[in-house]
Design a protein around this ligand. Structure first.
Ligand SMILES: C[S@@+](CC[C@H](N)C(=O)[O-])C[C@H]1O[C@@H](n2cnc3c(N)ncnc32)[C@H](O)[C@@H]1O
Length: 295
């Protein structure tokens, strides 16, 4: 395991030993893309998932995967943390989902063209090197398959987010990568994906963007119906959008090589745990953040 996997697995294993926040659903609920439950788009962003093969990378306790399974998706959840997946199995055992423990970069590499849809919701995308994970996701999608991911908006993240604040008040180190919308678009394109759109979601109180959702597809013959697409073959940046198993942990060491060199330091995600951002941001002190134990 590399540094990101070691740190993140330890952090989310520890989080899983603590009480779940009270707002977590006991039955499959709404698909939540943002930090604010009930806010922003829902499952409709993916089109009709019924009968589709869906994988979530970094599924955690699988609340969102449960929503996808309840909507008829054939769901697989991947996570580094055995404790998170144990919690997922306890919470959603009756749902139809497979839970795989390990690094998404290696587990997905073993499943070329296996999935219609790949989802990451504050998940593996943003927590490990994107130049390693995104090309593997491209290959794991069937031609025409859809990648949809949400990450914190770059104005939310600085070096302080190299730690995860847990429910007991302790802070544990994690690794995070972030970028501007154009940076994430460039990263997805470098991985061979066609970016349909990148949507900045504003906080419920309208104080500015809180997260970014990117929709991209693997080029190919069949396009999944009804998810939003850009109009002129160029990705659209919409800014901002108004409010609206089985477990077991293989010890895998070989990481895939990046398909292409990264587009350049000013255009691709940076590791917030190591570098200072190069783009202007709103200072975190000006942002009302729901930071808590859940992300
Ligand atoms: C913030 S949690 C998100 C959980 C879930 N997506 C949700 O919305 O509730 C991030 C999860 O990503 C997992 N993760 C981070 N890097 C990963 C990787 N390279 N492969 C698989 N899982 C990873 C962590 O273990 C953690 O459970």
């Amino acid at each position: 395991m590399d540094r990101s996997a070691v740190l993140n697995r330890a952090a989310w294993d520890r989080q899983a030993t603590l009480l779940l926040p009270a707002d977590r659903p006991s039955r499959p609920g709404r698909l939540e893309w943002t930090q604010y439950p009930g806010h922003g788009p829902g499952i409709d962003l993916l089109g009709d998932v019924s009968g589709r093969t869906v994988v979530e990378v970094g599924c955690g306790s699988a609340d969102n995967l449960a929503a996808l399974a309840a909507a008829g998706g054939h769901c697989t959840g991947i996570d580094l943390s055995p404790a998170q997946l144990e919690r997922a199995a306890v919470r959603w055992g009756q749902q139809t989902m497979s839970l795989l423990c390990g690094d998404a970069r290696t587990l997905l590499a073993e499943q070329p063209t296996a999935f219609d849809i790949c989802v990451s919701i504050f998940g593996a995308i943003g927590h490990c090197p994107p130049e390693q994970l995104l090309p593997v996701i491209t290959d794991a999608l069937r031609p025409g398959g859809l990648l949809a991911f949400s990450v914190a908006h770059p104005r939310w993240l600085d070096a302080g987010h190299s730690h995860l604040l847990l429910a007991d008040g302790t802070r544990v180190p994690v690794t995070r990568w972030t970028a501007t919308p154009t940076g994430w678009i460039a990263a997805a394109q470098a991985a061979g994906l066609h970016v349909r759109t990148a949507i900045e979601i504003e906080t419920p109180d309208g104080s500015g963007p809180c997260c970014l959702i990117v929709l991209a597809e693997r080029p190919g013959s069949t396009t999944l119906a009804s998810a939003p697409s850009s109009t002129a073959g160029r990705p659209a940046v919409v800014s901002p959008v108004p409010a609206a198993g089985r477990t077991g942990c293989p010890n895998r060491r070989t990481l895939p090589r990046a398909r292409q060199p990264w587009p350049g330091p000013s255009r691709y995600p940076y590791d917030v745990t190591r570098r200072q951002p190069t783009t202007p941001r709103t200072p975190l002190s000006q942002i009302v953040r729901p930071e808590g134990p859940t992300w």
